[in-house]
Design a protein around this ligand. Structure first.
Ligand code: AVJ
Length: 313
């Protein structure tokens, strides 16, 4: 079971880590939806603003016959692109998401809201999902594909991993196809830190839920109150790091792993990195993955960017 294997690997490593994709069980997915409504978490609203203003322009640049979205979630922002696309021609939509519950609900809602949209869905992480998509629908010559990787989801990957993933997306596309990539921009650390450490403690709950999930699914014995949420912006590296900090010396048994994990006081588990991008960072990523950065749009306040990467011939 991948969750068990990854928890074992992460908690026996030094420093301790857990992969952020495991935040998104049913409860974690609901907490993330709530985070998107926080006043401090500007990312979702900034990207929705860009897509509201630019959807028609994006669709007329790419003329897509199909949209393929990695990490669709509820696909709320995607609806601007779907509506602009359907206004032009026939359109298919394929969603890849780690959360089965969210994925099925999204596919069902889109199919009923847009009767002419051909909807398909693939459950798994990004690599699993791309593999399933390519098996099910080999790369197609009729009409362009617009891949969508929105919401700064790319930010969870450190630069070599981000490059590897964008290259994997590129191999699922053909000349003339494009990738719309949502990136959060580098900015004032205070603004960034507030977005990841909000006043009502939702992000703290989202972070600590990964320990609660280990308790629920793997017979873990974490006392959630003995781990504190920490979020810090490392300007040199250009990333937010989220950690869970042990507030005491403690030993935690995880029954399904037959394992006991020792924590020192103030020792942390690194649960997430969220990289922030400059325009040049995006240009370099595009260049190194056989795309050209054709256009970038930001919200009025200049906090977030949607970047159109075109497959090089
Ligand atoms: C879904 C990965 C884009 O990094 O901003 C939100 C996840 N973590 N608050 C992000 C998240 C803490 C989010 N992504």
């Amino acid at each position: 079971m991948p969750f068990a294997d990854d928890v074992r690997a992460g908690l026996t490593a030094r420093p301790k880590t857990l992969p952020p994709k495991y935040f998104y069980d049913e409860l974690g997915s609901a907490l993330f939806e709530a985070i998107c409504l926080l006043p401090e978490y500007y990312l979702t609203r900034a990207e929705a603003e860009i897509l509201t203003v630019r959807a028609a322009e994006i669709v007329s640049l790419v003329e897509p016959a199909r949209l393929v979205e990695l990490g669709s979630g509820t696909a709320l922002k995607t609806r601007f692109l779907i509506e602009a696309g359907l206004g032009r021609s026939a359109l298919a939509y394929s969603a890849i998401d780690i959360s089965e519950t969210v994925l099925l609900a999204t596919a069902k809602a889109l199919a009923s809201q847009y009767p002419t949209l051909a909807v398909s869905s693939y459950q798994g992480d990004y690599y699993d999902g791309l593999r399933q998509l390519l098996m099910d629908q080999p790369r197609q010559a009729n009409g362009q594909t617009l891949a969508l990787f929105l919401g700064s989801n790319i930010g969870n990957f450190d630069p070599p991993q981000a490059l590897r993933l964008v290259r994997a997306i590129r191999t699922a596309l053909r000349t003339g196809d494009a990738l719309l990539l949502g990136t959060d921009l580098k900015k004032d650390p205070a603004v960034l830190e507030a977005a990841y450490d909000d006043a009502i403690g939702l992000t703290a709950a989202f972070n600590r839920n990964i320990l609660a999930r280990i308790n629920r699914e793997l017979g873990g014995h974490f006392n959630i109150g003995k781990f504190a949420h920490r979020a810090r912006y490392l300007s040199d590296a250009g990333r937010i790091e989220m950690h869970l900090e042990s507030l005491a010396d403690q030993v935690i048994a995880i029954d399904a792993l037959g394992l006991s994990i020792t924590f020192g006081r103030a020792e942390t588990i690194h649960t997430e990195s969220s990289y922030k991008f400059s325009h040049e960072d995006v240009e370099q990523l595009a260049h190194e993955s056989d795309f050209v950065l054709e256009r970038s749009w930001t919200d009025e306040a200049g906090r977030f960017a949607c970047n159109l990467l075109r497959c090089k011939p």
